[in-house]
Design a protein around this ligand. Structure first.
Ligand SMILES: Nc1ncnc2c1ncn2[C@@H]1O[C@H](COP(=O)(O)OP(=O)(O)O)[C@@H](O)[C@H]1O
Ligand SMILES: [Mg+2]
Length: 384
């Protein structure tokens, strides 16, 4: 094992996994820097677990190599890799108390004086008081923290977490997300966290890789993925996007002017990930919270230079901090708009004629050859 700073880097070079004629993971290049909190995000079946198992050594790649730091570990068995895994099922030993569950890895290596290390670990996961309880006497969240302590006591360079919070209810999951984030910052080792929950990935990770059908579609910081999606799948899978089919009218300076539903929209060229030749098609995207709503009667008050679309409110849901509107417009039958509840206009009710308008800088452009609904159903399935 090297002692250089990069010993916790994980580098995947062209790794793939096929089962017969089925490709679970297409050749994948990925570098996870030492000390980062990295999330693999995607719907069930997209290849997350397979990727994780190849890093752990539980699955042999069909092609490609796995490096940890400078070491090629592709052909090392799992127990010789400085990696530990935490699964959704905590797999604690039911007959051992919490202390002995955490001590297990040390005892197996023949280490006799375990007390100090175990106590430190239990402190880290805030279970010092629970040391003499049995697993069944703890809540799900506490049991998962024991599983984390049990993995970390081996001083891995990399901790792999495969949907570790999947069995917890929503409120506990939220607490544990923050808790795991704190633990990662405290120990400073590389965490690779697998989840199908986009909010979870965005809350926890420095970098998120969005996987779809065995491929990484896009990789970036949560804010970058959200603000600058490069594919319809990413635009729809991370939050909600309004996508409009538009035709390129002209290019003027740094902006592309598009025709959609009889009107014109402006898109910064730098925010268009598709070729934009005049007459060609582009999908124009805008996030629901970037849009303002103005009653049609007041349309004259909307400042110059904003993208605008007319429509009629078909549905509105008041959810406290915001109101979510669905709007029927010539460019999109179900345009979504989220308005913060600051000064509510009593005229904005179903049936009202409105103008939707936004700063063109928030618009993004995508390749129109893609499925406009990619990533949409997947989110609904997971929520069901
Ligand atoms: N041992 C196996 N044999 C055949 N197919 C497999 C095997 N393991 C996984 N798969 C398939 O590979 C795909 C990816 O699986 P997996 O990595 O578990 O997805 P995820 O963790 O993202 O839900 C799935 O279609 C799954 O059915
Ligand atoms: Mg899985």
């Amino acid at each position: 094992m090297t002692t250089t700073d990069n010993s916790g880097d994980v580098r995947l070079s062209g790794i793939s996994k096929t089962y017969g004629s089925f490709t679970a993971v297409h050749p994948l290049d990925l570098t996870v820097p030492q000390g980062s909190f990295f999330a693999l995000l995607g719907a069930s079946g997209c290849g997350k677990t397979t990727t994780l198992r190849m890093i752990a050594g539980l699955e042999e790649p069909t092609l490609g190599t796995v490096h940890l730091g400078d070491q090629d570990v592709t052909h090392l068995p799992p127990y010789k890799r400085p990696v530990n895994t935490v699964f959704q099922s905590y797999a604690l030993f039911p007959h051992l108390d919490i202390f002995e569950n955490v001590a297990f890895g040390l005892r197996r290596r023949g280490i006799k004086s375990v007390k100090k290390q175990v106590e430190e670990m239990l402190e880290l996961v805030q279970l010092g008081e629970q040391a003499r309880k049995k697993p069944h006497q703890l809540s799900g969240g506490q049991q998962q923290r024991v599983a984390v302590a049990r993995a970390l006591i081996n001083h891995p360079k990399v901790l792999l977490l495969d949907e570790p919070l999947g069995a917890l209810d929503l409120k506990l999951r939220r607490q544990m997300q923050l808790e795991l984030k704190r633990i990662q910052m405290e120990v400073g080792i590389t965490f690779i966290h697998v989840t199908h929950d986009q909010e979870e990935a965005m809350t926890m990770a420095d970098t998120v890789a969005v996987m779809n059908a065995g491929r990484v579609e896009q990789l970036g910081s949560p804010a970058d993925l959200y603000e600058n999606p490069q594919t319809t799948f990413v635009a729809n899978f991370l939050g909600t996007s309004n996508l409009i089919e538009a035709e390129v009218d002209s290019t003027s300076g740094d902006d592309i002017v598009l025709k959609a539903g009889g009107g014109k929209l402006s898109l910064p060229s730098a925010r268009c990930s598709a070729p934009a030749a005049t007459g060609g098609k582009v999908l124009v995207g805008i996030r629901p919270e970037k849009i303002s709503l103005t009653a049609a009667a007041d349309a004259g008050e909307i400042p110059e230079g904003r993208n605008r679309i007319t429509g009629r409110i078909v549905d509105s849901s008041f959810i406290g901090v915001s109101t979510q509107y669905v709007i029927d417009s010539p460019v999109c039958p179900e345009f979504e708009v989220y308005a913060q509840n600051i000064d509510r206009d009593a005229r904005l009710v179903p049936g009202a004629e409105v103008v939707l308008h936004w700063n063109p800088a928030h618009t993004f452009g995508l390749d129109a050859a893609q499925d406009i609904d990619a990533g949409v159903e997947t989110v609904e399935e997971e929520a069901a």
